[in-house]
Design a protein around this ligand. Structure first.
Ligand SMILES: Cc1cc2nc3c(=O)[nH]c(=O)nc-3n(C[C@H](O)[C@H](O)[C@H](O)COP(=O)(O)OP(=O)(O)OC[C@H]3O[C@@H](n4cnc5c(N)ncnc54)[C@H](O)[C@@H]3O)c2cc1C
Length: 432
């Protein structure tokens, strides 16, 4: 090992595993502590745009190949692009989801270098798990508290009565992060995400049935159906064998339990919410599984975290900036975080506890603005998609302009350039 310090990662989701792989590939000692008895993800889709794919490559670093599979090769094994050659750069084709016409025309398209890349979450996680040494993962370890010992070591105590020590802790423990509460205090408003007053039905449809229902172009390629008080997106996944559907609906009520963000619902409930939508939406919805999960969309929009680190404890991914999914980039930005933290900790000047703190302070300084912009912008775009911004409404020219500008900020980003800039910032800090 080229470094004498060891990093503890709390949480083995997309943020935790991509960071673990990125550190391991840089010869940095790292252990992952995950609360569940086995790594698990839900059976729904998640999609990535070109910024996230570039961040995966940065996670893998210069030694790509010599360590076996990395983040990018894990992703390459499971990703599904749009089905048509002419749609390879399309992120989404936008349609009027309320239109009564069956074969409606595209309002506009948003494009990016690699277009739409959809994966089945559980399969992606399986591949990430394979790219990290099993002996460095500790399952059934639910973090309870963190204390700093007099000698500077950070002690993690788990609910099963065991503990572990490390030189720094990175909380990748999701929207209800325990690590976050050690940074800002349990009673700080930002320790608790809030309800965006939207929920989402997540369904899967066999591709052949989807083609029969809405035609080949819409079924095989990613679509966004704009609507009133709701909107629906679809994209192909699993080598085009299935179509993933996410249907967002505006909720006037409060969510009953902010610790349980999912509940089971039915296809009939979904069809009832979307009964005023056009035939493309209702036909796809009538093909999803009879019982399907609803996800309450919580985020940190109303109470953003004022800082992403404290000493040698930091948070990344949803633990730092849980976002609504309307930019399709919560996981993508988590991977951007992983890439930058790994680059900073691997820097040749980082050795001592003070250096680690400087690296985490630099991560906070460089990433917090972009990460928190995503959270704010995503809420806004969710309302644009659902026709809820009065000055935009269903003026599709304005809708197009708004989404295009915001999306170009997401994809017009280079993780490598960010790392170069961040290292300069960190070197200045270390020289003080
Ligand atoms: C409906 C919906 C659709 C989405 N679509 C997209 C999309 O298309 N593209 C995209 O980029 N993003 C999307 N997102 C966002 C994305 O799902 C999240 O941003 C991403 O999963 C966050 O990953 P994470 O690793 O930070 O957190 P999580 O995936 O929540 O992982 C946290 C991990 O930490 C563990 N953990 C929690 N507490 C503890 C503890 N105390 N001790 C130990 N372990 C603990 C958990 O068990 C879990 O394994 C979507 C979100 C939703 C709700």
């Amino acid at each position: 090992m080229s470094k004498s310090f060891e990093i503890a990662i709390v949480g083995g989701g997309i943020a935790g595993l991509t960071l673990a792989i990125a550190l391991h590939r840089r010869n940095i000692a790292v252990q992952v502590y995950e609360q569940t008895a086995q790594f698990k993800e839900i059976g729904a889709g998640v999609s990535f745009s070109s910024n996230a794919v570039a961040a995966m490559e940065t996670c893998d670093g210069e030694l790509a190949g010599s360590f076996g599979p990395g983040v990018k090769s894990a992703f390459d094994k499971v990703t599904t692009a749009n089905g048509w050659p002419s749609k390879q750069t399309v992120w989404f084709d936008y349609y009027d989801g309320m239109s009564p016409k069956q074969r409606d025309e595209i309002l506009f398209s948003i494009t990016s270098g690699c277009g739409q890349q959809g994966v089945h979450r559980a399969r992606f996680l399986d591949e990430l798990v394979k790219a990290f040494p099993a002996e460095k993962t500790h399952l059934g370890k639910r973090l309870q508290n963190i204390v700093e010992r007099e000698d500077g070591k950070i002690i993690l105590n788990f609910t099963d009565g065991t503990s572990a020590e490390a030189d720094a802790v990175i909380g990748c423990d999701g929207i209800h992060s325990r690590v976050r509460s050690f940074i800002v205090g349990e009673n700080h408003p930002s320790a608790h995400p809030s309800y965006s007053h939207k929920y989402a039905y997540r369904g899967i449809v066999p591709m052949e049935a989807a083609i029969e229902a809405i035609g080949e172009e819409k079924a095989r390629n990613s679509c966004m159906f704009l609507g009133k008080s709701g909107h629906v997106l679809t994209f192909p996944m699993d080598d085009g064998k299935f179509l993933n559907m996410v249907a967002f609906y505006e909720d006037q009520n409060e969510w009953a339990d902010d610790r349980r963000l999912t509940k089971m619902s039915t296809r009939e409930d979904a069809l009832n919410d979307f009964k005023d939508f056009g035939p493309d939406v209702t036909k796809i919805m009538s093909l999803v599984q009879p019982r399907l999960p609803i996800w309450a969309i919580f985020d940190t929009c109303e109470n953003p975290l004022p800082i992403f680190f404290k000493g040698r404890i930091a948070v990344i991914g949803d633990a730092a900036h849980a976002t609504s999914p309307h930019h399709g980039n919560g996981a993508g930005f988590a991977i951007e975080d992983s890439a930058l933290i790994a680059e900073l900790l691997a820097d040749e000047l980082v050795h001592t506890p003070r250096d680690i703190e400087a690296a985490l302070a630099t991560y906070d300084k460089v990433r917090r603005g972009r990460d928190q912009w995503l959270v704010q912008s995503s809420r806004f775009v969710g309302n644009v998609d659902a026709g809820l911004i009065p000055e935009i409404g269903t003026d599709y020219k304005k809708v197009h302009q708004e989404i295009k500008e915001r999306y170009s900020k997401i994809i017009g980003f280079s993780p490598k350039e960010e790392a170069i800039h961040a290292k300069k910032v960190m070197h200045e800090k270390l020289a003080l």
